[in-house]
Design a protein around this ligand. Structure first.
Ligand SMILES: [Fe+2]
Ligand SMILES: [Fe+2]
Length: 254
């Protein structure tokens, strides 16, 4: 895994969130549109505001492996970028005249579920949440008329797309060590977790989705498409790595 690329990326990118200027004009969305979008964004803001303690602990375990040199630093910067998302969303929620949340039921469920099995499972739940966030911010960017919501959603969409690439590179390295049967099992359970997360988000945020004229079913369908794109790219990356390993093995035996 090219961890140096990610260290450079996060070091350059995160500060853009901290220094981003939001449009000065007040929000003029009708109340029936503003309130559900603002409440929904407050839930995402809470989800982004974790300290990443378990993720950092996991990185500490993985970092000594040869292919993950520098991973711990990359994870520290990744967590800092998620915290910059929380701060940016906090400013956007202020613009929408909505109070921040300190506790919320889906956020509590995700935090509980992330600790159910082990640290690697924790990363999977985080990754499914990022896949869903990519769809959510993409839709807000396209369908919400408020310029500040558009601007922040666009930036978060781009950041989450990079996060997905970061996670994909990591997972490709991990899954390469699995047997084909174990990989299939992993993909199956990952799809199930994703379906659960997308289902919960589509119900919990249905008022916001309604405000931007997206049905919960259409949202889940977009989430499934996004998941399949992710899985296709993951599988191609693993196949390419398998082919490289096989070539290396042939070259060393000849
Ligand atoms: Fe984020
Ligand atoms: Fe993310």
């Amino acid at each position: 895994m090219n961890t140096q690329y990610w260290i450079n990326h996060y070091e350059a990118n995160t500060r853009l969130n901290d220094t981003m200027k939001l449009p000065a004009a007040p929000c003029v969305l009708p109340e029936a549109i503003r309130a559900p979008i603002a409440r929904s964004l407050a839930v995402f803001q809470l989800g982004e505001s974790g300290g990443g303690t378990r993720l950092k602990r996991y990185a500490k375990v993985i970092a000594p492996l040869a292919q993950f040199t520098g991973y711990q630093r990359a994870i520290d910067l990744f967590v800092a970028e998620e915290q910059s998302h929380a701060a940016l969303l906090g400013r956007l929620i202020g613009h929408l005249k909505q109070p921040l949340l300190h506790k919320q039921w889906t956020n509590s469920i995700f935090r509980w579920a992330r600790n159910l099995v082990n640290l690697e499972f924790n990363i999977q739940i985080l990754l499914t949440a990022e896949l869903v966030a990519e769809v959510y911010f993409g839709l807000l960017y396209l369908r919400c008329a408020d310029p500040a919501v558009k601007q922040v959603s666009h930036k978060l969409l781009r950041d989450e797309m990079k996060h997905l690439e970061f996670q994909r590179q990591f997972l490709a390295e991990r899954l390469q060590e699995f047997s084909p049967a174990l990989r299939r099992l992993w993909c199956l359970q990952f799809r199930l977790i994703h379906r659960f997360v997308a289902g919960v988000v589509s119900l919990d945020h249905r008022d916001c989705l309604q405000a931007i004229e997206v049905s919960p079913a259409a949202f889940r369908s977009r989430c499934t498409q996004s998941l399949e794109r992710f899985m296709d790219r993951l599988e191609s990356k693993i196949s390419a790595s398998d082919a490289q390993t096989a070539t290396k093995a042939v070259l060393t035996t000849t």
